[in-house]
Design a protein. Structure first.
Lengths: 288, 133
């Protein structure tokens, strides 16, 4: 089935490896992703003030464009998923706001479309068993801490991504590609989001440091996430806590694409840099 | 302090209710939001206390709380609230009022240039949305 791909601004800039490995993973699994002809930044955060209607215009336009093109949307950025899915829910359920958006954007759209995360397609359409059968490399039991954070899961009644208090989708994907998912207490806690960017005093990034420590204490060798903001905050821990044990932070699609046969370089894996330990464990280069 | 019935409502609290879409009196102060809040230790005033200030008509004390800026809209409070009260929206309404008055905690010109090279676009856009305008 063909889907409309919404990469989001970060995947076109800072997180290119997330974009490349998403496209390659989908291709290897027979999911056709075609980037929307025209899209702009979703706004990164869903507007919670009921009168901030203008902030809904960009995600509304993306949703309407996908519907017009006759495709359902796919994204992997947790921020984009959260904003697009919640905007779609709002358009379906709030006639007054929908009318304002229809008038402003000049697109007749009433929430008929759907927004998917690639992981949901793997679980619900492809099936993790089938993903497993198509792997070309073994991750050699690499101990990976799946990090959900907030945006994929909450609010639960709107996101309907997985069980909001005990999600398993990342664990099941990781187990399917030969990794060993590690359980740890803070896998659904907030990383601090934009707090460290605003540099609100010396308390910046404490939330991310707590997540890093939690994963490390559970014996993980790497963390995977689906959120560029989470990845950034976790990677910044090294600066904030000198000497703290740092785990490499990867996008879920990087390990997925690698298991599906994409070369390490294209996956953004750095055997001589940040990912030396990971690459040694999984034995870079060998395809079965 | 002395509490009187007519002191419990103000135009500002009605405005917070309009912007947030939440009814402040719905909260019965069980404290589950504060118990699960991942940044509660940074907040000074716990999230449920911010709501309590609003319930008591003390809107200025709610606005002064650092909690307003430390809330990351992670929705952990809302997803566990036994009353279905969306505290994330109340925090957003408080931020919205302050930002619309021009009382923003972050000025873009003060952000370091290296941040724009290193931080993901998602981080910069969300920071602007929450702290600038």
């Amino acid at each position: 089935m063909k889907y409309g791909y919404y990469p989001g601004c970060t995947l076109h800039q800072q997180a290119e490896e997330f974009d490349v490995t998403t496209r390659e993973s989908a291709r290897a699994l027979g999911i056709e992703l075609e980037e929307l002809d025209s899209w702009q930044c979703c706004g990164a955060v869903f507007p919670l003030a009921t009168d901030a209607v203008i902030n809904l215009a960009a995600p509304f336009r993306a949703l309407a464009a996908a519907y017009e093109a006759g495709v359902e949307l796919v994204t992997v950025c947790a921020g984009c998923l959260n904003v697009l899915r919640r905007t779609n829910n709002l358009v379906q359920n709030d006639d007054e706001t929908r009318d304002k958006l229809v008038d402003f954007v000049e697109e007749d759209y009433a929430g008929e479309g759907r927004v998917h995360h690639l992981l949901e397609l793997l679980r619900d359409e492809v099936g993790f068993e089938s993903v497993s059968e198509r792997t070309k490399r073994d991750l050699n039991g690499l101990r990976i801490a799946p990090y959900y954070g907030c945006l994929l899961l909450r609010p639960p009644d709107e996101m309907e991504f997985d069980d909001a208090e005990d999600p398993q989708i990342l664990e099941n994907m990781l187990a399917g590609i030969g990794a060993h998912p590690v359980s740890y207490p803070l896998r659904m806690d907030c990383c601090g989001a934009y707090l460290p960017i605003g540099e609100l005093e010396e308390r910046r990034n404490r939330a991310a440091v707590a997540v890093m420590r939690s994963a490390s204490a559970a014996g993980a060798e790497a963390i995977v996430t689906s959120c560029p903001l989470c990845a950034h905050n976790l990677e910044q821990c090294a600066q904030d806590v000198p000497g703290a044990e740092m785990l490499p932070v990867l996008y879920f699609s990087q390990v997925l694409a690698y298991a599906l046969g994409l070369d390490a370089d294209s996956c953004g894996l750095e055997p001589d840099g940040l990912h030396a330990g990971v690459c040694e464990k999984i034995g870079i280069g060998e395809v079965k | 302090m002395k509490l009187t019935r007519h002191g419990l409502h103000s135009e500002m609290i009605e405005k917070i209710e309009r912007i947030s879409g939440e009814e402040i009196s719905k909260c019965y102060q069980c404290g589950k939001c504060s118990a699960g809040c991942p940044v509660a230790q940074e907040m000074g005033t716990l999230p449920n206390r911010v709501v309590r200030h609003l319930q008591l008509g003390q809107d200025e004390r709610a606005f002064e709380a650092e909690a307003v800026w430390f809330c990351t809209s992670c929705h952990t409070c809302e997803s566990r609230c036994p009353k279905g009260f969306d505290l994330s929206r109340v925090m957003e309404a408080l931020r919205a009022v302050l930002l619309r008055r021009g009382e923003a905690p972050v000025r873009p010109e003060d952000l370091p240039a290296e941040l724009f090279a290193a931080a993901p676009q998602q981080a910069i856009v969300s920071c602007y949305r929450k702290y600038v305008s």
